[in-house]
Design a protein around this ligand. Structure first.
Ligand code: SF4
Length: 263
């Protein structure tokens, strides 16, 4: 895959977290989101990601030096302003990109949101677990954990990196007893192998913190962004999963999870 030369390598991405502590580097913001956590939410898409998912719909979030700054105070003000629309379940979700690259800033954001009684959710690919991420997870009401593949070799193929930390993040979340949703992108020919779906289910079957698993059907909506970035989209021959494929995977997951949702 061609990655523009001015982009930082993954190991340099931790730099993001030591920039100006009061400014979050973000890609975009969505108001009244209903797909990323419970209820109606303000969704903040953080800039920067270490994964290189073949199907990524937002490759413009990868560059840890891209995006633009928004101060934490501004984001809190925006959330407080929208709070009447959140109802009893809604709140703020930070997605990405990968938000934990800016973990200490997000901890401050989430603490302030909690001060104003606003629910917090974090949508993470689980790439990182250290004391700072644990502190952020402890301040997170809902963790939406993306499990890209159960098999490490396939995970590598799909994302460029290992899945080992994803399971450590899940294990830590389980130890805290706080709620978690799993998210699984279903890509025909890449993440629909029955044996690995069963293995994933078996691995998590006894987790009490998992409220549901969401199946996210692969789509081609982000392909134009790859073209705009002069990158080769490798899955251009892959079509979204059929109804039968979705039903098959939902049926397998329903053997292990109390709630299975197709997004
Ligand atoms: S983790 Fe998300 S943002 Fe990062 S490459 Fe994968 S799909 Fe894209």
């Amino acid at each position: 895959m061609h990655i523009p030369d001015n982009w930082l390598l993954p190991q340099d991405a931790a730099l993001l977290d030591i920039e100006d502590p009061d400014q979050l580097r973000i890609h975009s913001i969505e108001s009244f989101g209903t797909h990323d956590g419970p209820g109606i939410r303000l969704v903040i898409f953080a800039q920067g990601c270490q994964f290189r998912c073949l199907y990524c719909a937002n490759p413009d979030t990868w560059d840890v030096k891209g995006g633009h700054y928004k101060s934490i105070n501004e984001l809190v003000e925006m959330a407080v302003h929208q709070k009447p629309y959140f109802g009893t379940k809604g709140g703020v979700t930070v997605s990405g990109g990968e938000p934990t690259l800016q973990r200490t800033k997000l901890l401050q954001l989430f603490k302030q949101l909690h001060y104003y009684g606003i629910n917090t959710a974090l949508d993470s690919n689980g790439r990182l677990l250290n004391d700072e991420v644990k502190a952020l997870l402890d301040e997170t009401d809902y963790l939406l954990l993306d499990v890209k593949h159960f098999n490490d070799e396939w995970h590598h193929k799909l994302t460029g990196l290992s899945n080992s930390s994803v399971f450590k993040v899940a294990e830590y979340r389980e130890s805290t007893g706080k709620p978690m949703w799993l998210r699984y992108v279903l890509v025909p020919g890449y993440s629909d192998q029955e044996e690995y779906l069963h293995q994933l289910g078996q691995h998590f079957a006894n987790y009490k913190s998992i409220e549901k698993i969401e199946i996210q059907p692969y789509h081609l909506l982000g392909v134009h962004k790859w073209e705009a970035l002069a990158m080769t989209y490798q899955l251009d021959n892959v079509q979204p999963p059929s109804k039968d494929c979705l039903a098959k995977v939902a049926n397998i997951f329903s053997q292990y999870f109390k709630t299975v949702k197709v997004n």
